[in-house]
Design a protein around this ligand. Structure first.
Ligand code: CAA
Length: 435
């Protein structure tokens, strides 16, 4: 009988057979069934590899990113050397198969690295996130072998950087309303239009561009293309002067009759909108991890400051007004971790993570905004100046509620899924091992 394993009490070896005690009954399992259940049982510990990634990312962020982060943010200075270091450390193609130059790691490890780097420098973490989850993942999952060999390998190794060009001046949340066109000319397309708010826009070597090829077909007439940045007809707009993530590279990009070879289309004709949606569902896990890291960074700074700073004869951490803020931060961080790590885990298990990633991004970005404001409050006047880092984290938090789908779009995705019958984020079935 198939079902879900919810309350098994123990596994044991009995007469050299593996036994699962569930609902008061002993059931004999094959070794295969035992391993299948064990693999999917609830387990909150990280693997050795994930722990090593966490330590490496934390050390890199604290030692290499923290020292210049205020200056880069103030002067909107692109973190060129730091991105180079991220490439060398393997942070730009973490999940890509090693045969294409990637780290071969799981989404949970990538999530943890994003979290640690985002505690310190969110310009670096968004550069990393776009390259990993929007560009490399999309190419590895849906690209042809020739596309992977030509583009993915360099992108995964960080020799090249990629950008994801979906948003337009008049198509942000309403992503199906693409005005950029790609006219089929037989052996190539002619691509024309403007893309907005493109992270890595001025630095990218490879653009993944979404464009309308057949307006009559609506979203089914949209395609995705691999475009090389140095092809004729591409102009990059001025770098945007932003509230947060100020040293990341955000531009509009204009395409004017850019000749794109047919072999650079990703997937079947008309697959472009689904390509964008599927890619963004995973991208949202990266941004959720970024928001989690921002909150974590603000929390760690607040705890340290509150223990040190004295007022009315004792550390402010001992005043209830401050300690309750810290308690709320700690609680929300733990809750966000569950959503963020679980959405990554669902993706790693090959299970549906569409609602889960939206929930993770929505919750993590909302708490990031709320608690970074509180972190500034904990720091008082010092929180209002750059030197103490929390004002930057507060400014950075805002974008996590906007890019890769606003909070409102995440609610829309969750609501549509639940109204279409998916009341909860799916819990995995236990296959043969179920009882
Ligand atoms: N996976 C696969 N297919 C999907 C999908 C998913 N996750 N979501 C939607 N689709 C499919 C639908 O099934 C439908 O296909 P069919 O008609 O064949 O069934 C098609 O896509 C259209 O879907 P909808 O009818 O739901 O389209 P919509 O217009 O009503 O709404 C939306 C879609 C969810 C609102 C979508 O437009 C959206 O996600 N908008 C936000 C865009 C966004 O996130 N932009 C971020 C820009 S990138 C960025 O920020 C990167 C950066 O630089 C940091």
């Amino acid at each position: 009988m198939k079902g879900k394993v919810l309350d098994f009490t123990y596994f044991k070896l009995l007469n050299e057979q593996l036994v699962l005690r569930q609902f008061g009954l002993d059931r004999v399992l094959s070794t295969n069934q035992y391993h299948q259940i064990k693999k999917r049982s609830m387990n909150f510990s990280l693997t050795d590899e994930q722990l090593a990634v966490q330590e490496a990312a934390r050390e890199f962020a604290q030692k290499e990113l923290k020292p210049g982060v205020i200056e880069r943010d103030t002067h909107m200075k692109y973190p060129k050397e730091q991105v180079q270091m991220m490439a060398e450390l393997g942070f730009l193609g973490m999940m890509v198969d090693p045969k294409y130059g990637g780290g071969g790691m799981d989404t949970v490890a990538y999530t943890i690295a994003m979290e640690e780097i985002s505690k310190v420098d969110n310009s670096c973490s968004v550069i990393m996130s776009v390259n990993n989850s929007l560009v490399c993942w999309g190419l590895e999952t849906y690209g042809t072998e020739a596309q992977k060999l030509k583009y993915l390998t360099k992108l995964a190794m960080g020799e090249w950087l990629g950008c994801f060009c979906l948003s337009e001046p008049e198509a942000g949340s309403d992503a199906t309303s693409q005005r950029t066109t790609a006219v089929d000319m037989g052996d190539h397309y002619l691509l024309s239009g403007t893309k907005n708010w493109i992270t890595n826009g001025g630095m990218a070597d490879v653009h993944l561009v979404i464009a309308q090829t057949d307006p009559e077909k609506g979203h089914r007439g949209i395609n995705a293309f691999i475009v090389e940045a140095d092809w004729d007809g591409i102009a990059i707009g001025a770098k945007e002067d932003k509230l947060g993530i100020r040293s990341s590279d955000t531009h509009s990009i204009m395409y004017s009759d850019v000749k794109v070879p047919k072999e650079n289309r990703i997937g079947e004709d008309g697959f472009g909108f689904k390509f964008a949606m599927k890619t963004l569902a995973g991208g949202r896990i990266g941004i959720a991890a970024q928001a989690l890291g921002i909150t974590g960074g603000a929390y760690e700074l607040s705890v340290a400051y509150a223990k040190e700073r004295e007022a009315f004869g004792k550390p402010i951490a001992k005043h209830q007004a401050i300690s309750f803020k810290l308690a709320d931060m700690a609680m929300d961080i733990e809750a966000a971790k569950m959503l963020v790590y679980r959405s990554a885990w669902l993706k790693d298990q090959g299970l549906d993570y569409n609602s889960a990633s939206s929930m993770a991004k929505l919750f993590a970005s909302e708490i990031a905004m709320r608690h970074t404001v509180e972190a500034v409050q904990v720091h008082g006047g010092y929180g209002f100046v750059k030197e103490y880092h929390v004002e930057r984290l507060m400014r950075d938090a805002k974008i996590t509620q906007i890019y890769e789908g606003t909070s409102e779009i995440q609610r829309l995705v969750i609501a549509r899924n639940l109204l279409h019958g998916q009341l909860y984020v799916p819990t995995p079935e236990y296959g043969e091992a179920s009882v």
